[in-house]
Design a protein around this ligand. Structure first.
Ligand SMILES: O=C(O)CCC(=O)C(=O)O
Ligand SMILES: [Fe+2]
Length: 217
């Protein structure tokens, strides 16, 4: 088959990435992957400052359930406040964030033909006492959501007694298993949006994150 110079160049440029390979292997094996230090402390600090600044400016909204045309705010289901991030208007910290996400998407599309064409991300803040009850992300009526991705922006001294675990429910030989994941700073959790039910356990101190979805067309 004839290849254009561009295609040949793309092939030469391509390098196997052990971290991304690990993510792919995890998702194939168990439908989720936990990556510590996906973002370093400096990146987390600046994203957290951004989040808090926007939160204090009152830009966040109570998160709703349902899709964009039929949203209901239901505090008994979820109590977080969110702010959607527009990539076109991303500041310096958010640009660094999207560069990393885009590089992962490119890798997934190239090596697994995942067909990720769009994405959506929002900041989230769970005030003390809030939670997000067990759900599937397709609850949002969006079948295009392929992978859910949560990145935690809490302080370095986030303690287990702060609560706020992400509980993921998996099935092993027909038996349900609950995996509890602490929202440690810089940690990223990626999971199959259509497959895994999950919940955010009640938090005892404000819990900060960026949550997003990688979507097919
Ligand atoms: O913050 C988390 O750990 C998960 C959030 C979540 O499930 C969602 O926003 O749909
Ligand atoms: Fe979710």
């Amino acid at each position: 088959m004839l290849q254009t110079d561009q295609e040949l160049f793309e092939q030469i440029k391509f390098k196997e990435n052990p971290l991304y390979e690990q993510i792919i292997q995890d998702i194939l094996e168990k439908k989720y992957s936990i990556v510590d230090n996906f973002f370093d402390t400096a990146e987390v600090d600046i994203l957290r400052e951004n989040l808090l600044e926007k939160y204090e400016e009152d830009n966040f909204k109570k998160a709703a359930i349902g899709n964009k045309t039929s949203e209901v705010i239901e505090r008994s289901i979820r109590g977080d406040f969110i702010l959607w991030i527009n990539e076109a208007e991303a500041g310096k910290a958010e640009k660094t964030y999207f560069n990393k996400i885009n590089s992962l998407i490119e890798y997934l599309n190239r090596t697994c033909f995942m067909g990720i064409l769009t994405k959506e991300f929002h900041y989230a803040l769970y005030p003390e006492g809030t939670f997000y009850k067990r759900h599937l992300d397709t609850f949002q009526n969006d079948g295009r959501r392929k992978l859910s991705m949560v990145c935690y922006l809490n302080n370095e001294d986030w303690k287990p007694e702060n609560g706020g675990e992400l509980a993921i429910y998996t099935h092993e030989n027909g038996k349900e298993e609950q995996i509890n994941i602490f929202p440690f700073p810089g940690r990223v959790v990626i999971f199959e949006s259509q497959e895994l039910e999950h919940e955010v356990k009640p938090v005892k101190v404000p819990r900060l994150s960026i949550t997003g979805w990688l979507k097919t067309r």
